[in-house]
Structures are given as C-alpha cells and as structure tokens.
Design a protein. Sequence first.
Lengths: 285, 318
Amino acid sequence: MSMTFFQMLNGATFAALLFVVASGFTLIFGLMRIVNLAHGALYLMGGYIGYSVGIATGNFFLSAVAAALGIALIGLIIDIGLLRFIKTTELRQVLLTLGVAFVLNDIALVIWGGDAFSVPVPQSLQGPSNFAGLVYPKYRLFVLLMGVLIFIGLWLLLHKTRLGALIRAGVDDAETVEAMGVDIKRIFVYTFMLGSALAGLGGAMGGAFLTLYPTADSEILVYSMAVVIIGGRGSLKGAALGSLLVGMLATFGQVWFPELAYFVIFGPMAILLAFKPLGLFGRAA
Amino acid sequence: MISALKRRALWVGLGLFFVMVLPFIFTGYKTSIATEILIFAILAMSIDILAGHSGRTPLCHGAIFGVATYVVLYYVTVTGGSVWVGSLLGILAAVLTAVVFALLAIRTSGVYFILLTLALGMIVWGLCLRWTSVTGGENGLRGTVRPEWLANQVHLYYFVAVCFVVLTYAMWRFVNSPFGQTLKGIRESESRMRTLGYDVSIHLFLGFTVSGLFAGIAGALYAFFNSFVSPSTVALAQSVEGLLMAIVGGAGSLLGAIIGSALVIILENAVSLYTERWLMVLGFMFIITMLFAPQGIVGAVKSLMTRYGRKPAQKSSQ
C-alpha cells in the first residue's frame, strides 16, 4: 500500500473525529451566536471521563456514553447557570466561556494529573484490519465510520425533526422564531447540551487514538475553530467539508513540514477568510 | 476650590512620586513584583487600545508580546549580539507580527475578531512549541540579556519605570489624539464613521499596529526581567491574562489597565504562595468579572460617584 494512501486514510479518520467535535461547536455558534471557547476543555473532560469509565468497566460503549452524557450535563450547567444571565451580550458570553475553559482544565489537572492517557479500546477494535491488501488500524476505521454515521444522524435530526427545523430557523433568525411563540431558550439549552455532548463523545473517541494530556484541549479547539471559520457558522455541510480539509492539511502538513504544521492549516484559512469572511457555507446574521 | 487641570496635575504628580519611591517601600523580591506589574501594565494598556478604545477584543497580544521576548533572547543568547540591537529587532518582529495579524483580522468584528485573533495567536504558540531548532521547544530559551548596570533589581525597576512613564504618556497622547478619537468613533458606530467618510479599515489597521508596537516593547522589557522564554509566554493564557487586566481595571481607561495589572499580578503572587491552582483562580476571576462587573473597577467607581450625586472625576488617564 502506498504511503500517500495511508496518509490519506489518516487524514480522513482525523477529519471524522474533527467533524464530531466541530459539528457541536458550529451548532452552538450558529444558533446562539457565541463561540464556546470551553469546547476544547469539554472535549478533554469527555476524554478523561471516557478513560475513567473505560478503566472501571472495561466497556468502550459505556465510556463513550458516559462521556457524552457527562459533558452534556456540564453544558447544561454552563448554559443555565452562567450564560443565561448575560444573554444579551455575546462578547461577554464568549469571554465567560474562556474563564470556564480555564476552570475546567484546571479541575481536570487536579483530578487526572498531568500524565497522558488513552481511552481503552475494546478487543474487537484493536490491531490492524486486513482488507483487500489494505492493512490499517481497525479502530481508526471505526472512527471514520462513526464520523459518517454521526453526520447522517445530525443531518436527519436537523432536517427531519421539528427540533431540527427550529434549530435551523434559529440559526437564520432567532428573534423571529421567538416572536412566533417558540420558547427559544429551551432550543438554546437543547442545542448547547447537544453541542457539548458531541464534544464529550469526540473526547472519548479521540482519546483512544490521540492521547489525552493537559494541552490537548487547545489543539482541538484551534482545529475546530479552523473548521468553523472555513465551513461557515452553523452549517453542517460546512463543518463536514471544513473537517475534511483541515484533517487532510493537518495530516499532510505534519508529514511534509513537521515544524510548520500549523501554517499549513492556517494559511489556506486566512486566504479563504480574505475572500469569503463568512466561510464556505456561512450566511450573514 | 482648585481647578480640574490642577487637580489632574496633582494626581499625575502623586502617581509619579509613588512609582519613584516604590522600591523604598517594597524592598527585596517585592521590587521585582513591582517591575512585573509595570511591564504587564504596558501590555494591558496596549490591549486596551484595541479592546477599550476601538471596540475590538484581541486574544493574540500574548503572542505579539512573546515574539519580542523570543527574538531578544534568541539574538542575545544564541547569536551573541548586543541586547539593544536585539530589543530593536524584537520590537520590530512584534510589529511585523501585529501587521500580519491586523491585515487578516480587521475585516472582522465582534465574536469573529476574537475567534480569528485567538487562532492567529495559537499559530505563534504552535510554532514556538514545534520549531525546536530555533525556539528550544518546551525547554525554551534561557540566558541573562541584561547589561551589567541593570543587573541589580532596583536598577532594573527604575529602568522599567522610566519606560513605563514614557510609554504611558505616549499611549495617553495616542488615545486622546484625533486619531484615537476616530477609533472611539468606530467603537461606537462603525457605519456612522464610514458614512462620515472615515476609512475604517485603515484606522483599525494602524490602531492594531500601534497596539502591537507597545505590546512588543513590553515583551522586550520582559526579556530583561525574566531572562527566560518558553511557549507559555506566547500561550493563550498570557493573552487572556493581559485582556483580563484591561477588563478588570476597566476597559476604555488606561488607568484601569494599570490597576488591573497590579491587581492580577499581586493576586497571582499571593495565590501562588498557597496553591498551584492559579489558572483556576484566573478562570473564576474572568467568570465573575463577566457576570457582575463587565465595566471594571474604574467603571464601577465612576458609576458609584454618579449615583452619589458627585460629578464623575476627570478621566485623567484616558
């Protein structure tokens, strides 16, 4: 198997993980107009929860569920406990989530310490898969599959359910949705919890092949931001395409220019932003 | 009854006197804390030029600041050059960084501006972390860059204090100049300024660059003070700390940035005596400020004064 193809698979699997994390980020950003700067911290926290549950129960499925639910709960607390009080000023909300990120990271450091961890992977997903002459880690293929399934699931949620229709309407014009008698605050809470749950799930998924360590949160946050800047606020399609682009660039950048890997992602992002400030699929608020 | 002008002169004189006698009151290691406060006050004021006076909240100033620190330390310890040339190069590098950041970021505003400046700052951080052959990676760069006559803590304090006074005056003149007033106009209403015929982009670009210049000078001074630089100097936490200083003191007031710097640095040193959880304290400070006192200390004092029927004090430091 050629090296390039191997790298492309690496890029695609990383993109799948990025999509899971960034789709939550973009949903919250799209609907509530706030950049949740604690999203990376939620990812890391989810990974740690997944790790602890995985060690305790030995069940990967349980650890992923626990991570998603645990982080959804933290998201609920952040939204109704903090953000609700300053609903009108987005700038203050963003800076507040920054404070939350610092607190969460430090709590994680107290509980789990500074060592690197990996979420335990079930026996059936360990080792390489051998498929038509293609040797590749099974777990990473599983992540790829999960990314695609979550994309389909989110698409169905947004386009085939009433809640999804309300979320999409809210992304375009939250005020009008509220004026039509919809309790937009409830939609906000659901979206914030859903977005957080995706971050937590991403933590458990990513924690099994990228290790978890104290600064992993800011790396994933920066990647997610790049995805959303490229794809456009609140767009699922944008998040998918952005993830693919960032995943590939990050993987090939690390192979070709290991010391300048960040430039490889942010160069194209900056150029795109100069021509399309709202991203590929972004629409003006 | 003394006139407002005389009263202002009196306050400025008192402030200057306080800065000059500080090493006699706070001796020993406390002098170095005072030095640190002054350096970070310069950084916080440079952030306030954007956050307070132009209505653009940047999260990249730690990176601009740190670039200068890196260049000074690299030039002096690795290539063995003169510290003054190194400082000049460091400040130049910081200004260049600010120019690039500004070109990309001025098109955006509000949340997007935060997002983009954060990402840009992160690139610098990633570069400093990974480009080990130049930056030393995690280990950073270490070495004394101070010339002989600044080796003493007290001498260094006075050197920094003189820079601080000169730079504070320069920034005060800047934000009160017609140019600075234009920035304030942009903060209040961008569309109105555009309608009046002002080129908003050019003004923001220059404002950003000037802000980067001052942040770079602070970074070069930090190289004198700290004799060490690592990726944590350019990390997000540094940008956040600087922004917190500007906001806690009161955004839109240079005096607020100085008060904020003193408060955050003193608290940091006090907290470090008891616990390693400084980042958590920093996070909580941010949350509490955003929830309860977004206008900061100076803003709170002003609104208190108005409430009790007194005319608000002259904006001596704006």
